[in-house]
Design a protein around this ligand. Structure first.
Ligand code: GLA
Length: 372
């Protein structure tokens, strides 16, 4: 089907809101309002995905339920000013980086030199810092049938990182009902890189209550427990016998209320799971499935990454209003962020996230949609 392109907003009220939002953010570059675009991908089955070049953000995913009724299953805002708001930081739908997830105290040493990153999550660095990749305008290019490539050059020194990092993220909606995300990056100086997509899903439809009844399977025998600041302790702990065992699908809410220090630190699930790669490191492996019994919607996640952050919307508190005017309640969406483990730049025993000149960072994740 055809790929359409249109401006995200029309009208001067939005423009004014945008500029005000910009000015209030520390050190933000001015954003050319006319450059904000929304790309619509639509496949044979009628699945429709919208992606903005602001943050390379997935703003909506419309899929059918088992009766053929459409709903938008991705949380987000109706206009770009929501995404630009510096106060609440849910990272709805965005590409996060240069390092998705946390780096302890915003510091790491690489090739004998210590780097100090922007801290934006208590004393820690989260999702690329104050102006991460979710808050920049990417260059978009239509590169094929239902495929858009978003590129961004992250300059050396941005948020404290070394090296000019050239990134390309391509979203493709296939006729097999897959949203495929291809990540590529190269650098001119060694740097950590960990890119992911931060879409919040609610398979009942955005704004339709909590996700606690969604049945989740995560293909992981271990997870990386954290301290109270959500920094991994460095251990990989078996999930067996803990609330973190999702090897057989179970409702997200089944064990979330158990007395467990990790659930206490995360305020629920907000943890990196170590995927069973079964000797297929760097290759596509089934990472997770989610089933919502009322609608019949089923989602599968495949990735080449070694880990997945399962975050169940613990910081949503009903204050944000979604696209259809309904509030996003506590645990009203979940994220399955395919990634390397958090804080890898400080944890030598974790798979390396360092990209060096001459190398190419290349990784792929697929979200596949169906009904049961
Ligand atoms: C990630 C983090 C969470 C939270 C969300 C955004 O998933 O792990 O702790 O910061 O992003 O709200």
């Amino acid at each position: 089907m055809k790929l359409k392109q249109k401006a995200l907003f029309a009208g001067s009220i939005c423009v004014a809101g945008l500029l005000a939002g910009c000015a209030s953010m520390r050190g933000v570059k001015s954003v050319d309002f006319d450059s904000i675009r929304l790309y619509t991908l639509k496949n044979k089955a009628g699945i429709e995905v919208k992606i903005s070049n602001y943050g390379a953000t997935v703003t909506s995913i419309n899929t059918v339920d088992r009766e053929g009724r459409m709903a938008d299953i991705a949380l987000g805002y109706n206009d770009v000013s929501g995404y630009m708001n510096a106060v609440d930081k849910p990272y709805f739908g965005a590409i996060v980086g240069r390092y998705g997830n946390r780096i302890a105290k915003g510091r790491f040493t690489l090739d004998g030199k210590e780097y100090k990153l922007a801290t934006n999550n208590g004393e820690n660095h989260l999702h690329g810092g104050i102006i991460g990749f979710d808050k920049v305008v990417w260059t978009a290019e239509i590169v094929g049938k239902n495929a858009v490539r978003f590129s961004y050059l992250a300059k050396a020194g941005e948020e404290g990182y070394p090296g000019n990092l050239s990134i390309a993220v391509t979203y493709t909606l296939t006729d097999d009902n897959e949203l495929k995300i291809d990540y590529l990056a190269t650098t001119d100086k060694a740097t950590p890189v960990n890119l992911t997509n931060h879409t919040y899903f609610n398979l009942k439809g955005e704004g339709e209550g909590t996700i606690l009844d969604h049945e989740l399977m995560i293909n992981a025998k271990g997870f990386t427990p954290v301290d109270s600041g959500l920094i991994p302790t460095g251990k990989i702990v078996p999930v067996a016998g803990t609330p973190f065992d999702f090897n057989s699908a179970k409702p997200i809410g089944r064990d979330i209320g158990q007395i467990d220090q990790q659930l206490e630190y995360g305020l629920g699930y907000d943890h990196n799971f170590v995927l069973n790669k079964e000797g297929r490191e760097g290759q596509m492996t089934p990472a997770a499935t989610v089933y919502e019994p009322n609608s019949g919607r089923f989602m599968e996640v495949f990735t080449e990454e070694p880990g997945i952050q399962f975050y169940c919307g613990n910081f949503l508190d009903g204050r944000l209003t979604g696209k259809n005017g309904k509030n996003y309640v506590h645990r009203g969406g979940f994220c399955l962020e395919t990634q390397h483990y958090p804080d890898s730049p400080n944890q030598a025993q974790f798979p390396s996230t360092v990209l060096r000149p001459g190398e190419t960072y290349a990784t792929k994740t697929i979200y596949r949609f169906s009904v049961r």
